[in-house]
Design a protein around this ligand. Structure first.
Ligand code: SF4
Length: 184
């Protein structure tokens, strides 16, 4: 795929563009984000859960604290089906590593992630505990992305409703693009 002339490429959780990829067959179209940044960037949409083979609609999944699990922000977790307890930890971890590497090769200059998702959420994602007290962590795809791309401007759509934050985020994206093109 060739770049849209001059625009920075920005990865995005696909449901934010209005694609019906959520577990319930719905979407989370973010009209403000699309209206304010959509004409300035080239979106690169990714739905980790669909691409990892979970299908739509699908059973909802959540993060559960488990010392033998994988890192997810400050927590160690497993990614489980809410009812079935099917363990998606290894498939999602493996998929995320591979998909993030492919994204690195696509010269991204930023990423917008869907808040609160056990796959895409960047911060304060709810992690369930057997004692009923919740902790916070990070979605497993977001974890792979932040590890592989520590300098990439990444934000959740929720924080981008703030105009000043959004302007700063766009500046960081453009600066990332400028540096990337300069260092070629
Ligand atoms: S939050 Fe991420 S995994 Fe969930 S539907 Fe959106 S793109 Fe897919």
């Amino acid at each position: 795929m060739s770049h849209v002339e001059g625009r920075p490429r920005v990865g995005i959780s696909r449901c934010l563009l209005g694609d019906e990829v959520r577990y319930d067959g719905g979407h989370k179209r973010d009209t403000i984000l699309i209206a304010t940044l959509g004409h300035l960037v080239e979106w690169v949409p990714v739905c980790p859960e669909v691409e990892a083979g979970m299908g739509t609609p699908r059973e909802p999944i959540h993060l559960v604290v488990d010392a033998s699990g994988v890192a997810a922000g400050a927590a160690r977790v497993r990614l489980l089906g809410v009812e079935s307890r099917k363990d998606w930890t290894e498939p999602m971890t493996r998929f995320s590593r591979m998909r993030v590497q492919a994204l690195v090769d696509q010269d991204l200059d930023g990423y917008v992630l869907k808040a609160d998702s056990p796959s895409c959420g960047l911060e304060h994602v709810r992690v369930h505990r057997h004692d009923g007290v919740d902790a916070i962590g990070r979605g497993l795809f977001a974890e792979a992305l932040t590890r592989a791309c520590p300098d990439l401007p990444i934000a959740e759509e929720r924080s981008l409703t703030d105009r000043a934050f959004r302007d700063t985020f766009l500046s960081r994206i453009l600066e990332h693009q400028r540096r990337r093109l300069t260092n070629r």
